[in-house]
Design a protein around this ligand. Sequence first.
Ligand SMILES: [Zn+2]
Length: 283
Amino acid sequence: MSAPPEPIHRAGWRLDPLVDGELRLDGGAMWGVVPAAIWRALTPPHEDNTIDLVCRSWLARRGAWTVVIEPGVGTRWDAKLAARYGIRPGPGVVAGLAALGLAPEQVTHVVGTHAHWDHIGAQVVERDGALAPTFPRARHFLPASEARVTRAGGGARRASYRREDVDVIDAAGLLEPCSGRAEILPGLVLHELGGHSEGVSVVTIGAGADGAIFWSDVVPTAHHVQPSYVMAFDVDQQKSYDVRSHWLARAADEGWTCLYFHDPLTAASALAREGRGYRALAT
Ligand SMILES: [Zn+2]
């Protein structure tokens, strides 16, 4: 990563990217049915077929509101998990906040799009041998469907969830389950979609040319902007395709700035139609 990117201003909100950590995941799994000849050119793999990814939170600030969108992978992983997923600590979301002059206690809201551990693990820390919320004064929004799946356990993607990532927040009285379209703060809206996971969501900030969309795992990198580029990880492939078709069209037609969670090089882009698909353009 080069110098910290400039903040993005949309609809009265200031948006700063904060890299929490790095991952290396299997390229084939990240690209689903996309032929290797195509994806290997877009995201060159390592010898073990993994590709470089990051976990990038977005800090959204407006007036008295300080919002962490998608806390990140955090620090609670053992050597086995770290080796399997190539997890490396990044600057860290808390260090990223400190660089902007903010303490975790100043965060007023945390928004999680779904409960996969690489997305919300950072909202819980180990302190003096016990687990505690990283942001002790923040209301933590999360789709209720994701909290339910996390607690139910089992299922094909059970390895992607850890109960404590949700339970510690709930026990502290900070969990705010939501569903459907939830306007968390003026102009900052969580839209529950599903496809990648039971209740995976996107977050929009503002609207029209003054709008932005945080894609989470609906569009994990700027290379995944074709509707058919559905990850093998997604639990409902058809739903994921339908959701991606609808929202990519909306983002391009409304001129939204796209904010990416997993892309190691592109934090944000514009989106243009190109032929029957799309193209991410420098902002
Ligand atoms: Zn995910």
